[in-house]
Design a protein around this ligand. Structure first.
Ligand code: 1HA
Length: 270
């Protein structure tokens, strides 16, 4: 498989092949732990994918076989969050979680090795997860003086159930790929050597489908879990489609032509 660099960053790799973009956390020396700068680069890359209409699907992964992501880099954990080059303490991974949720294209996590803490929540908020058979999933917050009481808890409970989600957070045990699969935490487990090939196969199959249909499916599931913010998204998608209709264009054109709109000619469907 041939990946072409979209843009060079210091803490991530950002590549594409055809309609598939791949964002790779590239800090293997710390098991792909993130700093606010790593997250800022990822936010920029995801926004690029959102805006580029020739990109249909995004893979999120970590460099190397040992880890997807080990969460916040504890070396730069300050007092109110993690501290990057600008010396400001931030929890900007929460912005990235939200962006992954609202980007109207499928996002697939490709997990090799450890998926831990805030890194495991990034995996959780991706639409699908393909795990290598060496993947291990773990929350550590209560061990290291942290917690994610947002998507990391409430959405985790939606995905794997309340009893399991509480167990994950109260005990902080590691779970194998197979155990995660049984919980519905990941979609498929494959041998480590096959994980990229399998992820690409899923991407190619999804890319054959109607992008607008996929967009509404994703938005509908968000609407169910994200309350008014989720509803706003699916509402925005409806507006996007409506703007393409003669009825909406009549409203715009009448305004610009300083005349009364004639909406009577449009059918009132059952
Ligand atoms: O909870 C939140 C948030 C909550 C709300 C809002 C925002 C949040 C943002 C982030 C987070 C968090 O992510 S809290 C959880 C932080 N992460 C951890 O507690 C995981 C710590 N690491 C580990 O448990 C283990 O390293 C590991 C299970 C991932 C891997 O174990 P392994 O394979 O035995 O490797 P190990 O030798 O432990 O690690 C290799 C190197 O990577 C070590 O450095 P070295 O001794 O070679 O110098 C290790 O210190 C480093 N490393 C690994 N993970 C991290 C790390 N360094 C800094 N931060 C890390 N997270």
């Amino acid at each position: 498989t041939q990946w072409q660099t979209i843009k060079t960053y210091s803490e991530i790799l950002f590549e594409r092949q055809d309609q598939i973009a791949k964002i790779t956390i590239n800090r293997p020396q710390v098991r792909n732990a993130f700093t606010p700068d790593t997250i800022q680069e990822m936010i920029e890359a995801f926004n690029y994918c959102r805006d580029d209409s020739s990109i249909g699907i995004i893979i999120l992964t970590g460099q190397g076989d040992l880890a997807f992501c080990s969460g916040g880099d504890q070396n730069v954990r300050g007092n109110g969050g993690y501290v990057g080059k600008d010396h400001i303490a931030r929890l900007n991974v929460l912005d990235l979680q939200h962006l992954i949720r609202i980007i109207p294209k499928p996002v697939i996590a490709m997990v090799r090795g450890w998926s831990v803490g805030g890194g495991n929540i990034l995996q959780l908020v991706c639409d699908l997860t393909i795990a290598a058979d060496n993947a291990k999933f773990m929350q550590t917050g209560p061990k290291v003086g942290s917690f994610d009481a947002g998507y990391g808890s409430a959405y985790l409970a939606r995905v794997i159930g309340h009893k399991r989600a509480k167990e994950v957070w109260f005990l902080c045990h590691p779970y194998t790929a197979q155990e995660a699969y049984q919980m519905g935490w990941v979609n498929k487990v494959v041998p480590l050597a096959d994980v990229e090939q399998e992820t690409l196969a899923w991407c190619h199959e999804i890319l054959q489908k109607s992008p607008t249909a996929l967009r509404f499916i994703k938005a509908a599931m968000n609407a169910d879990t994200d309350g008014l913010a989720g509803l706003q998204q699916i509402a925005g998608d409806s507006t996007m489609l409506f703007y393409e209709s003669p009825e909406a264009k009549e409203g715009r054109d009448a305004y610009l032509q300083k005349r009364q709109p004639d909406f009577n000619k449009f059918p009132k469907f059952p």
